[in-house]
Ligand binder design. Structure first.
Ligand code: TRP
Length: 328
């Protein structure tokens, strides 16, 4: 029997290569060895984005298209929208009864985000409960493992604590999910900072080959390299960081040519460009097919929700039983 895993992504807009190499590429690989549940967590998006919901619906579609074009296969994985399965909200409420406030206040992501998103007014009940909702996502499916990045470890720790507390109070119910950490490939943004939509330095999964070429052309390189035959410093160059991911088989050549000044940045970018475009081409082609086929996306999400509900409703029945809420 395959182990079950669950992971989630917030629908906050189209995904970029940082997201792809940070998580999605790995999710695609996991499909063959695990029973996979992947959720578009729209309730979580509301915790920080409740003031403007005008783009939420489109963003949900966008993520689904990104997922499928990147290789998530509806025949292998269950893909669903969190709010389509009402048990997430229900279990979240149950967990909110037993989760001490102190656990939530001390969560590092809570403190960081409050500071970072000052203008957003997220000092809300819902945002404080973010990890409670995430615990519900995971435990509802009794997932044994959760593929996440390191930034999510505090949430996973809280998930285990909440599950343990439930088990202690009402009897053994939930397994303890383990993180499934992969060494994420780190891609910087086009300007060398972290790739992020708010820095406007991303390559999106939805970018066309033309757009990709243009963006690679704009990438910043070693600032000390002025003339073409100046020796370069690959370790400070974002183009070289991209070569590491897209051109690893000839990496030492690229490194030598740069640091000996035998090829210029323009040419170095050209060879990178070809690699990136070739890699992204099938993703782009699939997207072109999907974009005109909303009906298919809707169908995938419907079917996914049905499968998710089948598991979630059983867990929730068990939970209600244990809480004394079944009176028949
Ligand atoms: N908090 C996660 C993130 O920001 C998203 C998420 C929500 C999640 N529910 C989850 C991840 C359950 C893994 C499992 O990336």
């Amino acid at each position: 029997m395959k182990k079950r895993i669950l992971s989630g992504m917030r629908p906050t807009g189209s995904l970029h290569l940082g997201n792809y190499f940070g998580a999605l590429e790995n999710w695609v690989k996991l499909q063959d060895s695990y029973e996979c549940y992947y959720s578009i967590v729209d309730w979580h998006a509301l915790t920080t984005g409740y003031e403007d919901v005008s783009t939420l619906r489109d963003n949900i579609y966008e993520v689904a298209i990104d997922w499928i074009s990147a290789g998530l296969d509806p025949e292998k994985s269950v893909m669903f929208v969190q709010s389509d399965v009402k048990e997430h909200a229900e279990l979240h409420l149950a967990f909110s009864m037993i989760t001490p406030l102190s656990w939530l206040y001390r969560c590092p992501t809570y403190k960081d985000q409050l500071k970072e998103l000052k203008e957003k007014n997220i000092a809300t009940y819902g945002f404080l409960g973010y990890p409670c909702l995430q615990a519900a996502d995971i435990l509802l499916y009794k997932a044994q493992a959760v593929p996440v990045g390191e930034d999510q470890l505090p949430h996973l720790e809280l998930t285990r604590e909440i599950g343990r507390r439930f088990n202690h109070l009402y009897g053994d119910t939930f397994p303890e999910p383990q993180p499934l950490l992969t060494k994420a490939k780190v891609l910087p943004g086009l300007d060398g900072r972290k790739m992020s939509k708010s820095y406007n330095n991303t390559i999106a999964l939805s970018d066309s080959p033309k757009e990709i070429e243009q963006k690679v052309r704009q990438m910043t390189t070693d600032p000390q390299r002025i003339r073409k035959d100046d020796p370069g410093h690959p370790e400070v160059c974002s183009v070289f960081s991209f070569h590491k991911v897209f051109n690893s088989d000839v990496l030492s050549d690229v490194e030598y040519q740069c640091s000996s000044g035998s090829i210029g940045c323009v040419q170095c970018k050209k060879s990178l460009m070809q690699k990136v475009v070739a890699y992204m081409e099938p993703i782009y082609t699939r997207r072109m097919q999907l974009e005109n086929n909303k009906e298919y996306i809707r169908e995938v999400l419907h079917e996914g929700a049905k499968k998710a509900r089948a598991v979630a409703s059983q867990s929730m029945e068990d939970v209600k039983q244990k809480l004394g809420m079944c009176y028949e």
